[in-house]
Design a protein around this ligand. Sequence first.
Ligand code: BG6
Length: 465
Amino acid sequence: MTEQNYQFPDGFWWGSATSATQIEGAANQYGKGQNIWDHWYNVQPERFYNQVGPEHTSDFYHRYKEDIALMKEFGHNSFRLSISWSRLIPDGIGNVNEEAVSFYNNVIDELIANDIEPFVNLFHFDMPLPMQEIGGWENREVIKMYQQYAKKAFELFGDRVKRWFTFNEPIVPVEGGYLYNFHYPNVVDAKRAIQVAYHTIIAHATAVQTFRELNVTNGKIGIILNLTPSYPRSEHKADQKAAHIADLFFNRSFLDPAVLGEYPEDLINLLKEHDHLPQSEDGDALLIKENTIDILGVNYYQPRRVKAKEYLPNPYSPFMPDWFFDSYEMPGRRMNEYRGWEIYEKGIYDIMINLKENYHNIESFISENGMGVQGEERFLENGQIQDDYRITFIQDHLKWLHQAITEGCNAKGYHLWTTMDNWSWSNAYKNRYGFFSVNIDTMERTPKKSAYWFKQISEQNGFQA
Ligand code: BG6
């Protein structure tokens, strides 16, 4: 078979993504306040894989120079980190922690000194505990506090950071914390979940507005969404409808207001019909309309396969999004057997084409994509993880991304999840994703085979395959 040249546009962003709680460590040090993860681990350590909590994350707080040197050596021209709200403002509101200011200043300066563009996200699942104690996103007051936090971050770092993101995967705390019990506060209640999702969008739009009013940077602001294309089992009307509803709940509930400035009519009608509309205030619709984003981060891991519900839901059971569809285990689908997620590279192309056709081809980039592997030590040979499966995974996704760009999609970069193996929420260190393996006893970093491969493609701005 003849090889093809996959050359990416000039200025393409190559790098990887992380989040504060997952990499910093020092969870109870240097003036940081508690967030919901510190708290949940204190009260229910058994909910965390091997009972490992957030204080044992990858020690980036102390090793950021070494990590940035590795990024540089292995071809990063960009890197996503998040700011920990509870490190910057320990009580969630009020005094700023000067040690945190120095830390984030140092990290940002070190990145820039190494020609690595910082992409900064304000919220990656890590609600400060005092904010959760007054209701978290259910309480509209928390939006004002988030706005003050965002404003502070723009003022402090906006002279150097040109790419900002208000939230990472905002649907996940809704699903985890309020629908399916895999995040604190472990509520299972769709009405409350919908209120949380709605307030998150209001918080997002408020931060976008504040960013533009401050005008402290000539930068861009956006949001990072985990888009999961919903594929119906068949052409049958009932399957199509099921997939449409899954798409409304899990993609368009954030994508449409963030990019188009309004909610999909079908979603509003569905919630109305079931008496689940969230409480809103005058002016909300205008706020959303006027504060659409400049840039969209797309996290893509796997699609959602959907079929019509086989039995009608019990009308007395609590309303749940998955009342309306069943997931479909499509025969023959390819799985990442080490994580249990489907591998479907073309999903990345379908997302991009959808953005081109229905979301005015908004500037976007792949903000997370990657392959989690449980028990990755088994691939250790001669002191290095031989992660050929990860190289294939990334390359196959990049081919489809390249195809989308060839067809005019506005995709500007690719970030792997993640830089170094890190702690992941209740999965802790179960699934490894990084370019650099981390010995969790010594915290020593070792580049995997994929890191060397990535360096090459980043330096050549593409590959032949
Ligand atoms: C992404 C999140 O969706 O999934 C990350 O943004 C997370 O924070 C990643 O670490 C992998 O999750 P898991 O459960 O496989 O470790």
